[in-house]
Design a binder for this molecule. Structure first.
Ligand code: C5P
Length: 403
């Protein structure tokens, strides 16, 4: 997807070891449609050559404020006005300090003063330097000035230390850059989303569960974050990385999911119940591993409480969206659940169809309200989620203005 189509990005590269990742960063930003112009500090040139970055960006690389030729081609004020975003990655402690002080002693710091575009910093330095009071004070000042700080990440560092200070991965910076330009139409909303399966223990080693991968719920969380919502994701056990920027609450059983959901919806504007919650739990969970001594065995089950229906019983309830995975009579069953559970919307899918629904990367949904229905045709779950989030918001706004 060309999520950065026609976006003009000035990439400031400073002198940290992570500078070796910048050709890949430039390539990936360009893959998403961005036009990238690189500005290097003197220190950056010790780690990567201007020629490499010129080759991948397809643009002249600027490195000097006093280069008359470069100024003739595109002067520093022109470059500062051209940018839709100034992204400094990697950003050393030195450049962070100079920008905080408002210095203009090289091209990059001058651009930061001369631009009205948003400035984003991806710090990269030794963990001790990151934690230093001076750096932390500089970062606080920059945040107050609406400079965006992405990272740093944690892990092993080039110097052998372990801790906070690594530049975020190229993937993460590209995702954050794409998300940055999306219309933040959910800015004032808080979404609580349940996702994935639950596991109902039989004994210490066995459980009852289902084929839910969590992909749909995680895609909805990601799309809502991109649109500016605060997101709390209550997830059963899945093999997925949490979307950057969400509050992740990991649970195992339906009872745990119930408790966390009811606790977290108090402040929420929207509750999306995407989890495939086990309908039953084991009545008596064996304390020791059950032995296979008997030819037949029975496990007594008790019905789990319905999370979404219980949220819908709250006096001050959020806007509520449920899911219905069906194998037949989809509309009939979905509408039944919409009414019975007292939901605002229900997203239904036919899980009997090959290549969509459970454990698949694709899905097709029909969204039912009490009075209408909207089809979201078969597509990747990320694309479906984006459309679904926008549709949910339209229904939510209609309900809020109706009140
Ligand atoms: O009744 P059924 O399980 O098909 O309903 C599906 C919807 O109800 C989904 O939104 C699911 O997340 C929610 N649900 C729930 N708690 C349960 C069972 C289902 O929130 N115990």
């Amino acid at each position: 997807m060309q999520t950065l189509q026609d976006k003009k990005i000035v990439l400031g590269v400073t002198g940290g070891i992570a500078a070796y990742k910048t050709p890949e960063l430039v390539r990936r930003l360009k893959d998403h449609g961005a036009d990238v112009r690189v500005v290097m500090t003197e220190g950056a040139k010790a780690f990567i050559t201007p020629l490499s970055l010129q080759a991948v960006s397809g643009n002249h690389v600027s490195d000097s404020l006093l280069d008359s030729q470069a100024e003739l081609a595109m002067g520093h004020i022109e470059l500062a006005k051209w940018a839709d975003m100034i992204l400094i990655a990697p950003a050393t402690a030195d450049v962070i300090a100079r920008i905080t002080a408002g210095m203009a002693n090289d091209l990059l710091s001058t651009l930061c003063l001369a631009t009205s575009a948003p400035i984003v910093i991806a710090p990269a330095m030794n963990q001790q330097m990151w934690h230093a009071k001076a750096t932390q004070a500089n970062i606080s000042t920059l945040i107050q000035r609406d400079v965006f700080i992405w990272g740093p990440g944690s892990g092993e560092q080039a110097c052998g230390d372990v801790g906070l200070g690594r530049m975020l991965d190229v993937d993460e910076i590209v995702t954050l850059s794409s998300d940055f330009f999306v219309d933040k139409y959910l800015q004032d909303q808080h979404w609580v989303i349940t996702a994935g399966p639950t596991r109902e223990a039989i004994d210490p080693v066995r459980y009852i569960s289902n084929h839910s991968s969590g992909k749909m719920g995680y895609a909805i969380a990601h799309a809502a974050i991109r649109a500016g919502a605060k997101v709390t994701l209550i997830s059963g056990p899945v093999n997925l990385a949490a979307p950057i920027g969400c509050e992740l609450i990991q649970v195992t059983s339906a009872q745990q999911m119930h408790e966390k959901a009811l606790k977290n919806v108090a402040q929420a504007t929207t509750f999306v119940a995407c989890a495939a919650v086990a309908d039953y739990r084991v009545a008596d969970i064996a304390e020791e591993k059950i032995k296979k001594d008997n030819e037949h065995m029975q496990v007594a089950l008790i019905k789990n409480r319905d999370i979404v229906a219980d949220v819908a019983k709250l006096a001050d309830k959020p806007f509520i969206v449920g899911f219905a995975a069906e194998t037949q009579n989809v509309e009939h069953y979905a509408r039944g659940k919409l009414m019975r559970k007292n939901l605002d919307l229900i997203a239904a899918n036919d899980v009997a169809k090959a290549g969509q629904g459970f454990n698949s990367d694709d899905n097709a949904l029909t969204l039912y309200s009490a009075i209408d229905k909207t089809d979201i045709p078969l597509a990747n779950k990320q694309i479906i989620a984006k459309q679904l989030v926008s549709l949910i918001n339209k229904h939510y706004l209609a309900k809020v203005t109706e009140k």
